[in-house]
Design a protein around this ligand. Structure first.
Ligand code: EZ4
Ligand code: CO
Length: 402
């Protein structure tokens, strides 16, 4: 099973996606997601210009050797562009190996460890009343875990609140748009919001919240402490994590569980966080953390430290990433929860898939491989459109973390 052909396919069915398609000399195809939101063409170039020429003629069964060839062979290790490109190759190779075996991917990863992959959806509204109604809607759809984000009194817009409630898309313009942020307004509002959620819905059902890296350690400590009565499943990305040691401060002050890692690209981003038990859930993904092979290593290390999976599953991760991630999360011993932001009908039409949502869970399906395909004729109808993530400023104009 030699790699005969490698194509990089860029398509924009509602948003941009980059996909690597590997074809073997015996006619099998495998797909890997290579989408890095707002930086899509950098990964497409990395793959097309630097990786594809090294793949042709290689034995498609040698997944780990190929991973290390790309990781060590570049000399320049790590980084989101490099690791997303490696992830695409790795995911496509696992897809091929499982198809060659005639098995759904989870069978090669150790088999099923649970009935399905419990997912959380995103309830969000412009204000508290609308947000509470959205929580009701997600409960009605069968979600057992719900992320709650809301507009904040005094701020025109904020992360996680969308016009179209079921489909959230922050990359909204070729040149970044600007948001305004007030930590004070946010910290005053959040306990009131969570209190209202528990008053209306009680304590059955998990509630999550994403801070999107906007606080300092001591501010995050205050937030975590103030939310303790509402028993969050997790508080996500409270602080930017380049400085992993900063999470020690947070940990000293609150027992609210902490999740982080959607922007991590290797184990080195999380070694201290996991090794010192500073977090509870690791959000690294197949597409941005080096594929199935590397994410599995991160999750095994996490298991030693009582850290469970909470993989990123935003709409900018393609159905190929989601499908592959479901197989991995079905198989691992230390599963926590999985994010699920629904893709639009256009995206689903371009990426036909075997996974399905039922009773608050996603099920990867029984198709050989990861079960996600690409309709190239449909993809060709949606050409690439430049789109960037917003930036964020404090009310005095200082550039802040978006
Ligand atoms: O803002 O994936 O938890 N989910 C998130 C996402 C991220 C986007 C950035 O591309 O924080 O919505
Ligand atoms: Co997030």
């Amino acid at each position: 099973m030699k790699i005969a052909k490698a194509d990089v396919i860029v398509t924009c069915p509602g948003r941009n996606f980059v996909t690597l398609k590997l074809t073997t000399d015996d006619g099998l195809t495998g797909l890997g997601d290579a989408t890095l939101n707002g930086r899509e063409l950098a990964v497409a170039s990395y793959l097309g210009d630097h990786v594809v020429p090294c793949l042709i003629g290689r034995d498609a069964h040698r997944i780990d050797d190929t991973w290390h060839t790309l990781y060590r062979g570049a000399y320049w290790r790590r980084g989101p562009v490099t690791m997303t490109a490696i992830a695409a190759v790795d995911t496509a190779l696992w897809d091929l190996k499982a198809k060659a075996a005639g098995l759904p991917l989870y069978q090669l990863l150790g088999g099923r460890s649970r009935d399905g992959v419990t997912v959380y959806g995103h309830a969000n509204g412009a204000d508290m009343a609308e947000t509470l109604d959205e929580v009701q809607r997600f409960r009605d759809m069968g979600y057992k875990a719900i992320r709650v984000q809301s507009g904040i009194p005094g701020l025109a817009s904020t992360y996680g609140v969308s016009k179209d409630k079921l489909f959230y898309e922050p990359a909204d313009a070729a040149v970044p748009t600007e948001n305004l942020w007030s930590t004070e307004a946010y910290l005053d509002f959040m306990p009131k919001l969570l209190d209202a959620v528990r008053v209306r819905f009680g304590y059955d059902g998990h509630i999550l919240h994403d801070v999107h890296h906007r606080l300092t350690p001591i501010e995050a400590a205050r937030l975590g402490k103030s939310l303790e009565p509402y028993r969050l499943f997790w508080l996500e990305d409270p602080v930017p994590a380049e400085n992993q040691e900063a999470f020690r401060i947070l940990r000293q002050h609150t027992v609210t569980p902490i999740a982080i890692g959607e922007v991590f690209n290797t184990i080195w981003d999380a070694k201290t966080l996991i090794g010192e038990h500073l977090i509870d859930y690791i959000r690294a993904t197949v597409v941005h953390a080096g594929g199935i092979s590397h994410l599995r290593r991160i999750l095994d290390f996490a298991a030693l430290h009582h850290v469970r999976s909470g993989c990123h599953g935003a709409t900018d991760l393609s159905p190929v990433c989601l499908g592959a991630s479901l197989h991995l999360n079905l198989a691992i011993p230390n599963f926590g929860v999985h994010e699920y932001m629904r893709h639009t009908a256009e995206t689903d039409a371009v990426f036909p898939h075997a996974y399905s949502f039922r009773d608050g869970m996603l099920h990867p399906g029984e198709a050989p491989g990861h079960g996600v395909t690409l309709d190239e004729t449909a993809a060709a109808r949606f050409p690439y459109k430049p789109a960037s993530l917003p930036i964020n400023r404090l009310t005095d104009g200082t550039l802040w973390h978006w």
